[in-house]
Design a binder for this molecule. Structure first.
Ligand code: SF4
Length: 169
C-alpha cells in the first residue's frame, strides 16, 4: 500500500514497522515539529505573542512552545514590535548568535514595514537588517495570525533541501 502522502510511504510486504522516506523529508519533519522560537518582543505585538503561548491558543500544538531566551538555543526569531534604530544592532547581533539553520517571522505592521512610524527613529522593516521568511500583517496581529505564519513557515521548511545542505556545510 502506498500512502497518499508523497513524503512517507508504507509497504505492508515489508515485515515490521518500516516507513521508507527521503532524508530531506525526515530532517524537515523533525525541524518543523520542534521549532524553538526566540521571542524578540519589542513593543505591543509582544503581548499577542505571549498570548499565543496560553491555553486559549496553545502554540504547543505546533511544537513551538519552547520559547528560548538564549539565541544559541533558538532557531526561529519572532520579531514582535517596533524596531527602532537604537535596537536594530541588538536584533542583528542576536540573530547572528542563533544556530543555523534559522528562520525569521516579522510579526505585525511595525516589524514588517515600520508600520505607522514613518519617523527618523524607526527601522522601516526588519528585513533591512535580517532575512525574513514570513510576514504577518496587522496592528496588532491576533495570535491566530501568528499561528498561521508558523504553519506557513513549516510549509516552507518542508520544501527545503536540508540533506544536501548538511552534506555541503
Ligand atoms: S504593529 Fe501595532 S501593535 Fe504591533 S508593535 Fe506596531 S503599533 Fe504595536
Amino acid at each position: 500500500m502506498v500512502s497518499p502522502n508523497t513524503d512517507l510511504s508504507y509497504d505492508s510486504k515489508i515485515e515490521g514497522n518500516v516507513v521508507p522516506t527521503t532524508l530531506d523529508s525526515a530532517i524537515n519533519w523533525i525541524r518543523n515539529n520542534s521549532m524553538w522560537p526566540m521571542p524578540m518582543g519589542l513593543a505591543c505585538c509582544a503581548i499577542e505573542l505571549m498570548a499565543s503561548g496560553g491555553s486559549r491558543f496553545d502554540i504547543a500544538r505546533f511544537g513551538a512552545e519552547v520559547m528560548r531566551f538564549s539565541p544559541r538555543q533558538a532557531d526561529c526569531m519572532i520579531v514582535a514590535g517596533t524596531v527602532t534604530y537604537k535596537m536594530a544592532p541588538q536584533v542583528r547581533r542576536i540573530y547572528d548568535q542563533m544556530a543555523a539553520p534559522k528562520w525569521v517571522i516579522a510579526m505585525g505592521a511595525c516589524a514588517s514595514t515600520g508600520g505607522m512610524y514613518r519617523s527618523y527613529a524607526t527601522l522601516q522593516g526588519v528585513d533591512r537588517i535580517i532575512p525574513v521568511d514570513v510576514y504577518v500583517s496587522g496592528c496588532p496581529p491576533r495570535p491566530e495570525a501568528l499561528l498561521d505564519a508558523l504553519l506557513k513557515l513549516q510549509k516552507k521548511v518542508g520544501q527545503e533541501r536540508s540533506a544536501s545542505r548538511l552534506l555541503t556545510a
